[in-house]
Design a protein around this ligand. Structure first.
Ligand SMILES: Cc1cc2nc3c(=O)[nH]c(=O)nc-3n(C[C@H](O)[C@H](O)[C@H](O)COP(=O)(O)OP(=O)(O)OC[C@H]3O[C@@H](n4cnc5c(N)ncnc54)[C@H](O)[C@@H]3O)c2cc1C
Length: 782
């Protein structure tokens, strides 16, 4: 019986570029009431977006990383928003596409930009090379962490630092740096005089935008801390003293300061990537927006936060304004999509500024009024924690609110609503095999072939160039055809990445057999969407597939596409191998070393991710492994005389190892601490978050040593893996060089995890000897 479509048809793409303060709030509001048929996508160059209000205190060591950063991944999941982790590098406004650094262009109907600003005057000679810019913040924080580690390692060494820029941000950062380092030196038994800190400012007074009392108070705080303030000094050059490694800062009024590190916190400048975009920009290169936050040039492009200038209400570039724009932007994006009149927003002129002065105190400054006290600091802490609490513990999954039906469209004369996108009528059923229309497929294929290099192969007699009922390929004489197929639903919602992950997963079987990929067919299911959206999705999927196939050196020769409730993908992969050199699961010999190329934990991590309980950075680290092809590892194993090999996937390490042991008539001993594990996997296991296949995989526990059942790594033996690594048995004599080669070729976490032992029946014994496992792997690396 044909199944009727129950999911909404995707007809509109709203793309948010940059996960700044404003967009974080938009995501939260959107998550409370998503619009059916409207797909939200966040393009962000990072998953942990820093909250500016907590930045100085984070530097001072008062907040943890998680307290001071918004994790965009669970937030995007809450908003039912696709997350694409990449950097926007340009816009194709005519075609309504965002150009990305590593992804294919991302199509939009409605675009919103919140990518922040960069510190101005980085163009001063030497600044870009030798100064640490305040933005991007993650780079600043990395350098800061390195500096802390350096002080911890050599606390007795004198340290001279400089901050350039005496606005509120620069002053707060200077105080925070001083506070943290003085405390650190004290804890390490060193005098505060080991630290010399300079603050260089081009103006006559610090924090010129704040009132007189605040400015004086800040100057006094800096003086009392012994910070050397240099006013009326515009930095004109920074150079490196090669002999000492110090940076020499030269000011226009004659200042010369030598320092070990230099922070660049000058006023906000516009990001360079927008300059040729075609959007209307102000003199400084910021996007001009009207009161509705629409750009002046393109009504379907919005902008907010530092990157935008409200032409009728210009305000300083400050996080407080970016935050205020969140609700009106969210509201106007919804209204625009629904063809409703947009609402103007007028930011307030004066705002409360709570400026940290260190030692648990802050200045509360609004208009002409200021007060400094510990109370102001507690107040700031409370406000900031309340703000961040909005992005934590979000109800995700079955508990989240069901999508509301959109209000009926209401068009106002004079406004530019979104051109209505036709809903296919009637909704598609599955009676036609749920096939995607041929026009969508042809258009997607044509675009991919234009944009990406393809693998050409003489083995293809009839393929995509000359489409027919089936592909026809030849196999070299004397070679065996090795075939495998796999198919699964999307575990990441970025189709370009998902295609690469899926392909790696499917090709894993070929590599595990010692075969080379020959030809591939794709099975794609795209979610219900208008034909234009289907074309885009197919384009993204085929682009990812083509990218992966280029590495595998195998052409795509055919496939089948359907529509369904969700994105799903599979590949039928043909490989070729000499029948004599096939790597089998059988063949392990007692004494062989067991080498695993990739860390475990994808099952539990992605199960946690589905519930919004995995940290974004854990999933990003996992994805990096999921994208690492098994190809080179297979060649390394073959070159080192591997006696057996398999790819670790759905049955987990224990399940797949048992298959090898059964086939080989052997047993194995594994050292639990030697198992490479993905960051966060132990946390999610401890939290009881398991993939749905896990209970079935636990059946393998009958063959596994139970003495270590309470060990934190034990459950990961049964964790189902997607796009997992290879597990091979390698003769003991070759194990060290094999592991060293794996590390050299990028499999940094590959490890000897145990040994094959003689046995009548398959079994996995466990040891949990940390020292032994470290020794084992260190020896192997050396
Ligand atoms: C040291 C320091 C302290 C500060 N302290 C305060 C303070 O206490 N209070 C205050 O109100 N303001 C403060 N500010 C200013 C504040 O940081 C900014 O005004 C605020 O961050 C602007 O928010 P936003 O949403 O515009 O952008 P951001 O917070 O800068 O967010 C932009 C996001 O977009 C991402 N992004 C950037 N480019 C791209 C791209 N091309 N593609 C994809 N993603 C991209 C970034 O990684 C980031 O996640 C401080 C600034 C500094 C430097």
């Amino acid at each position: 019986m044909a199944m009727m479509q129950t999911e909404p048809t995707i007809s509109t793409d709203v793309v948010l570029v940059g996960g700044g303060h404003t967009h974080a709030l938009v995501l939260r509001r959107w998550g409370m009431a998503p619009l059916p048929g409207v797909r939200l996508t966040l393009l962000s160059d990072l998953v942990d977006t820093p909250y500016s209000g907590m930045l100085p205190s984070y530097v001072a060591g008062r907040y943890s990383f998680d307290e001071a950063h918004i994790d965009l991944r669970p937030l995007a999941r809450f908003a039912q928003c696709r997350l694409v982790v990449d950097r926007a590098v340009g816009l194709d406004l005519a075609r309504q596409r965002v150009l990305c650094a590593t992804h294919p262009p991302l199509a939009y109907d409605v675009l919103s930009i919140d990518t922040g600003s960069t510190p101005a005057t980085l163009s001063v000679p030497g600044a870009a090379e030798y100064a640490i810019a305040a933005k991007p913040v993650p780079a600043l924080l990395r350098q800061w962490q390195q500096l802390i580690e350096q002080v911890e390692a050599h606390p007795q060494r004198p340290l001279t630092l400089a901050v350039v820029g005496g606005g509120v941000g620069g002053v707060e950062l200077t105080i925070a740096v001083h506070e943290r380092l003085v405390e650190l030196l004290k804890a390490l038994g060193q005098p505060a005089t080991n630290l010399t800190l300079h603050l260089v400012h081009r103006g006559e007074e610090l924090a010129p935008e704040r009132n007189r009392w605040t400015r004086r108070r800040l100057a006094r705080v800096l003086r009392s801390r012994g910070i050397q303030v240099h006013l009326n000094e515009a930095v004109k050059e920074i150079c490196l003293d090669e002999s000492s490694g110090q940076r020499r800062v030269r000011g226009a009024a004659g200042l010369v300061v030598s320092c070990d590190r230099l922070f660049w916190v000058t006023s906000a400048a516009a990001p360079a990537w927008l300059q040729d975009s075609g959007l209307s920009l102000d003199d400084q290169g910021f996007i001009q927006v009207g009161d509705t936050l629409q750009t002046r040039s393109h009504p379907n492009v919005f902008a907010a936060g530092d990157v935008a200038t409200m032409v009728s209400h210009p305000r300083p570039k400050a996080g407080v304004f970016a935050v205020r724009q969140g609700p009106p932007l969210a509201d106007n994006l919804r209204r625009y999509v629904q063809g409703q009149p947009l609402k103007p927003f007028r930011p307030q002129r004066q705002f409360l500024s709570l400026i940290e002065t260190g030692d648990g105190r802050a200045i509360a400054d609004r208009g002409p009024i200021s007060v400094e006290s510990p109370l102001a600091h507690r107040w700031k802490d409370r406000i900031d924690r309340q703000f961040m609490a909005r992005f934590q513990d979000l109800p995700i999954g079955p508990m989240s609110a069901p999508p509301r039906r959109p209000a009926p469209p209401h068009f106002e004369p004079g406004q530019a609503p979104l051109p209505p996108t036709p809903h296919p009528s009637p909704p598609p059923c599955a009676g036609c095999g749920s096939k995607v229309g041929s026009a969508a497929l042809t258009a997607a294929l044509r675009r991919v072939r234009q944009d990406f290099p393809e693998v050409a192969s003489d083995a293809v007699l009839i393929g995509l160039d000359t489409p027919d009922d089936a592909a026809v390929v030849t196999v070299p004489p004397g070679m065996a055809l090795v075939q495998t197929v796999d198919y699964f639903t999307a575990l990441v919602d970025d189709p370009f990445l998902f295609a690469q992950i899926c392909l790696k997963h499917c090709l894993g079987d070929l590599y595990a057999m010692g075969a080379q990929p020959h030809t591939v067919l794709a099975l794609v299911q795209v979610p219900y969407a208008t034909p234009a959206k289907q074309t885009e999705m197919l384009y993204q999927i085929l682009a990812g597939t083509t990218k992966g196939l280029l590495v595998a050196n195998a052409p795509l020769v055919g496939g089948h596409t359907t529509v369904g409730p969700q994105l799903a993908l599979g590949f039928a992969c043909n490989g070729i191998a000499s029948p004599n050199t096939l790597l089998r699961k059988s063949g392990m010999q007692p004494g062989d070393a067991l080498i695993l190329t990739q860390p475990l934990g994808t099952g539990t991590l992605f199960a946690a991710d589905m519930q919004g309980r995995a940290k974004g950075r854990w999933i990003e680290a996992a994805i990096a492994h999921l994208l690492t092809p098994n190809q080179a590892a297979a060649a390394i194993f073959c070159a080192h005389g591997a006696t057996a090999c398999t790819d670790v996937t759905g049955f987990g390490l224990a399940g797949h190892l048992l298959e090898m042991l059964r086939a080989s008539g052997a047993a194995a001993t594994l050292t639990l601490e030697a198992l490479p594990v993905l960051p966060g996997a132990i946390d999610t296991v401890k939290a009881g978050l398991f993939s749905s296949l896990y209970p079935q995989n636990l059946q393998a526990a009958d063959f596994v040593d139970r003495r270590w059942g309470n060990h934190p790594i034990y459950p990961l033996l049964f964790d189902p893996q997607t796009a997992g690594g290879l597990l091979a048995a390698v003769p003991a004599a070759a194990a060290n060089s094999c592991l060293a080669e794996l590390h050299r070729q990028g499999y940094k976490t590959a490890a000897v995890i145990g040994r094959v032992t003689p046995a009548a029946a398959p079994a996995i014994a466990l040891t949990a000897d940390q020292a032994a496992s470290h020794r084992q792997n260190r020896e192997a690396i050396l």
